[in-house]
Design a protein. Structure first.
Length: 201
């Protein structure tokens, strides 16, 4: 299996990491992945891709048009290949509303970033200037029902992904791993402070 990182960081493009900051409302993280009364895993596990290539991309921030161009340029095969995303699918770029279509693709796999968490928090705590300043106006402009569609999908996203590749295990997390050992990660992510580090560092 080949394990590649695509979307080179180019000057003046949106594929970048947001500045670290501390999250408010950490208590909300206690209900991460609660859906229909069932607790979903905060770490999603993937077996080795024996047929194609796995690619990893950084923060998309609503630039799905650019992402599509890049995938075409590398000959991405939707049947055999997989794309893993380190979170922050939305905000700042022009195509944030397209993220639901991308999340529906069977080869597209993302962890939750702090921008997805901000959308979740918006539905509980309401509008704040930090969110608006960081590109959430597209989300604010939606109806309540439309916002809920996005939040429902964002809440399903794991906080971490690991991928088997031969005798190695590759881990993906948005901000920072809250534990020294990956094998202890799931237990730590069950605590709000651990999830906070994974999302915000």
């Amino acid at each position: 299996m080949l394990f590649n990182c695509i979307l080179r960081r180019r000057r003046n493009e949106h594929f970048h990491t947001t500045p670290n900051c501390l999250a408010d409302g950490g208590e909300l993280l206690e209900r991460c992945f609660e859906e229909d009364g069932r607790t979903m895993s905060k770490v999603k596990h993937f077996q080795e891709n024996l047929l194609g290539t796995d690619y990893v991309v950084g923060d998309i921030h609503g630039c799905f048009g650019k992402l599509e161009v890049e995938l075409q340029s590398i000959g991405f095969d939707e049947v055999k290949d997989r794309l893993f995303v380190v979170g922050d699918l939305v905000d700042r770029g022009p195509n944030s509303e397209d993220c639901l279509n991308w999340l529906d693709k069977p080869w597209f796999h993302a962890v939750r970033g702090n921008h997805e968490q901000m959308a979740i928090d918006f539905m509980t705590y309401g509008q704040d200037m930090y969110s608006i300043q960081n590109g959430m106006q597209w989300f604010v402009d939606l109806t309540t029902d439309e916002r809920q569609l996005y939040v429902d999908e964002f809440e399903k996203l794991p906080l971490a992904i690991d991928i088997q590749a031969g005798n190695k295990l590759y881990g993906i997390i948005h901000a920072e791993c809250p534990t020294k050992s990956w094998k202890d990660l799931e237990e730590v992510l069950n605590k709000p402070e651990g999830a906070n580090v994974a999302l915000w560092a």
